[in-house]
Each structure stands twice: as C-alpha cells, then as structure tokens.
Design a protein around this ligand. Structure first.
Ligand code: HEM
Ligand SMILES: *[C@@H]1O[C@H](CO)[C@@H](O)[C@H](O)[C@H]1NC(C)=O
Ligand SMILES: CC(=O)N[C@H]1CO[C@H](CO)[C@@H](O)[C@@H]1O
Length: 333
C-alpha cells in the first residue's frame, strides 16, 4: 500500500510509518461510513483489479514529462468536489444547450484533462463501464500529491459520475479576494474546520497564479490603501514585475512550485503570499497560529493535509443510481 512509487525522498519512511498509523485510525473511525456510502478501499477488486495501478502509472508518467501538472490535478479534484460533490462534473464539456462548469472564468487555467482521458481510455479497454471518472480524478490527485513529495494517502473508491455540470454552480468556488472569515464560513458550509481550511490551502505549495488573480492587490486596493498593506515591500516588486507582462503572466505560489512542502506557510510569515486569500490566513488571529504551526512543523502539515483531502474526497459523493459510470469523461452517457 505504501511506497510503491520510486519518488520517495530521504526521511520519507519515518513520515510514512506515522502516516500509516493515522490511515489505519482513519479507517477504523470512518468504518461506519463505508457501509453507508458504498465506498470502499477495494471497490474495484472484482471488477477492475488493476485500476489503481493504471491510474498511478499513467499519472506518474505524465508528471515525469511535465511536473507542473501535479498542481493542475490537485486543483481539478478540489474544484470537482466543491461543486455538486466529487462526481467529475468538472470534466463535462459544454454543449449547445448547456454551458458547463469548465467554461467558468473561475476555473480557467485548469489543466490536465488529457491525463484523465488517457487513464479512462485504458480502463475502458481493460474493464468497460467499471471505473468512474470521479474516482479517476480523486486517485489522480493522491498520486500527484505523492509525486510532488507530499504525504501518501489512500482513498476509498466507488464514487459515481454526476449528470449535471452548469456554469452557474461555480459561484460556490472560493474567490481569491476572500478574507479569512469568509473562507472559514465557505469551507464551513462543506463541513471543514478552520484548521482543515488552512491545511487545504497548503495545496498552494504547488503551482502558479496568473496576474489577474492578484492584481487587485497592487493598485486601487481599497478606499484607504492604494496597495494591499499586507504585502512585503520587496515581494510587492516581484508581483508588479510579473504583472508587467500582462494578465496571464504566471507567478509561482511559493518558491518551490513543483515541490510539496511547508514553504508556502513560511512565505506567508514573510508576508509573501501571492493571493489575498493566502496572506489573509496569516493576518487573521483565528488562522495565524495554524499557519505558524505548519510553517514550523511540516510533518503536522502533512498529516492534517492528507486527512483533510480524504475528507474532501467524500464530499457529497453520489452512490448507486444517483450517478453513472461515464463511458467518456467529457460526456454524460
Ligand atoms: C482557500 C480558498 C482557495 C482559493 C481562494 C483559491 C484560489 C486559487 C486561485 C485564484 C488560483 C490561481 C488560478 C490562476 O490564476 O490561474 C489557484 C491555484 C491553485 N489552487 Fe487554489 N484556491 C483555494 C483553495 C485551494 C485548495 C483547497 C486546493 C486543493 C486542495 C487548491 C489548489 C490549487 C493549486 C494546486 C493551484 C495551482 C494550479 C496550477 O498551477 O495549475 N486551492 N487557487
Ligand atoms: C471580511 O469580509 C467581509 C465581507 O466583505 C467583511 O464584512 C468583514 O468585515 C471582513 N473581515 C475582516 C476581518 O476584514
Ligand atoms: C480548460 C478550460 O476549459 N478552460 C476554460 C475556462 O473558462 C474559460 C472561459 O472563461 C474558457 O475560455 C477556457 O477554455
């Protein structure tokens, strides 16, 4: 179950043992839910025994040729789960009668759809109609976290794919201009604590934001400040320089954009968070101690992150007749 991949790094074993213990605890604690939701760790044992391996190998191969896609796959899982539950609604293409979630401005710059298509094609060949797109997205995210050097966590399978994907639903995604209390409220609506919200935000240890996602911090910020006063003056120059190349210019979210570590939180302590919604976590007295904790103790961040991701992967999961297994992840059957 653990360390099947070759990407482990020094010190990973010690973390893995801790992680294993916590995973076992998790399974014990959430055992009652497995019966209720119809999800389980070995869901595909009879119907598609190599499903996990196919996902892992395909995703690892794709990430070896483009490590920046790890961020994309993790974000895809988040956007999927926050709208209509983890049901692969994010993968649906728009049609002439329906504009899908995918085409919302909130989700622009989502990438990695081809990796999911690739996995799905292989699985349809091996075991037609068995493995849902929603499970593929969730498994791809766990593979991406581990590939980038983050914690390994296994997730239960059995999610069904949804039949609805509408652009208007994406108003439920958190916007980068939200402050800590708004983020706490929004994640609270999905059952997350403030601590879990801060841990999940740690996904911004990977990837980039485009200038359009943070430029409102750089000028005409509010009625009393031209510039967001929570930005470090030197870092302000960095952000402005990025934006001088236009709205689509990319700024890494932390100094190690392809490595899953706690550097994101250290950067918040230096007032060098890229998004307003990042830096606010260090401004608010409710979340600042949590940021300090994760900055100081990466193992604690890893443990909380994997538990929060596991919880996210359960959000409003569709089971049995409430969903379907799509033949093509981009189309409702
Ligand atoms: C706390 C509320 C959150 C807000 C407001 C937020 C907002 C954003 C924004 C605006 C971007 C940049 C998009 C762009 O400019 O192209 C971004 C990137 C990203 N987000 Fe979040 N996000 C949040 C939480 C999360 C969570 C919970 C995850 C995953 C668990 C996540 C994963 C990512 C990743 C990995 C990227 C980089 C994507 C890439 O490089 O392709 N975010 N987020
Ligand atoms: C957060 O934003 C909301 C809505 O804009 C505002 O009412 C509230 O005062 C803000 N909280 C803080 C601490 O700035
Ligand atoms: C990958 C993808 O489908 N992105 C879409 C996100 O939304 C914008 C419109 O706001 C589209 O132009 C992108 O194609």
């Amino acid at each position: 179950m653990l360390s099947l991949q070759s990407t482990s790094k020094p010190g990973h074993m010690a973390t893995s043992n801790l992680v294993l213990v916590i995973m076992l605890m998790n399974i014990l604690v959430s055992g009652w839910r497995i019966g209720v939701d119809g999800l389980s760790m070995d869901y595909y044992l009879m119907t598609c025994p190599f499903a996990d391996g196919v996902v892992r190998n395909t995703v690892n191969r794709a990430l070896q040729s483009d490590p920046t896609l790890a961020a994309a796959l993790i974000r895809m899982h988040f956007h999927d789960c926050f709208i209509q539950g983890c049901d692969a609604s994010i993968l649906i293409d728009s049609t002439k009668d329906n504009t899908a979630e995918k085409d919302s401005p909130a989700n622009l710059s989502l990438r990695g759809y081809e990796i999911i298509d690739d996995v799905k094609e292989q699985l349809e060949e091996q075991c037609p109609g068995a493995v849902s797109c929603a499970d593929i997205v969730a498994m791809a995210a766990t593979t991406a976290v581990f590939f980038a050097g983050g914690p390994y966590y296994d997730i239960p399978k059995g999610r069904k794919d949804g039949r609805r994907s509408r652009i208007e639903d994406t108003i439920n995604l958190p916007a980068p201009g939200l402050n800590a209390s708004e983020l706490i409220r929004m994640f609270g609506q999905h059952g997350f604590t403030a601590q879990e919200m801060v841990a999940l935000s740690g996904a911004h240890t990977l990837g980039v934001a485009r200038c359009s996602s943070f430029k409102q911090r750089l000028s005409n910020f509010d009625s009393t400040h031209d510039v967001d006063p929570t930005i470090d003056t030197q870092f302000l120059k960095t952000l402005s320089k990025t934006c001088s190349a236009g709205d689509n210019a990319e700024q890494p979210l932390d100094t190690t954009r392809n490595i899953f570590d706690s550097d994101y939180y250290n950067q918040l302590q230096r007032k060098a968070g890229v998004l307003f919604s990042d830096q606010t976590l260090f401004v608010s007295p409710r979340t600042k101690p949590i940021v300090n904790g994760y900055a100081f103790n990466q193992a604690m961040f890893f443990v909380d992150f994997q538990q929060a991701m596991l919880k996210m992967s359960w959000l409003d999961v569709k089971e049995g007749p409430k969903g379907e297994v799509r033949a093509n992840c981009r189309k409702i059957n």
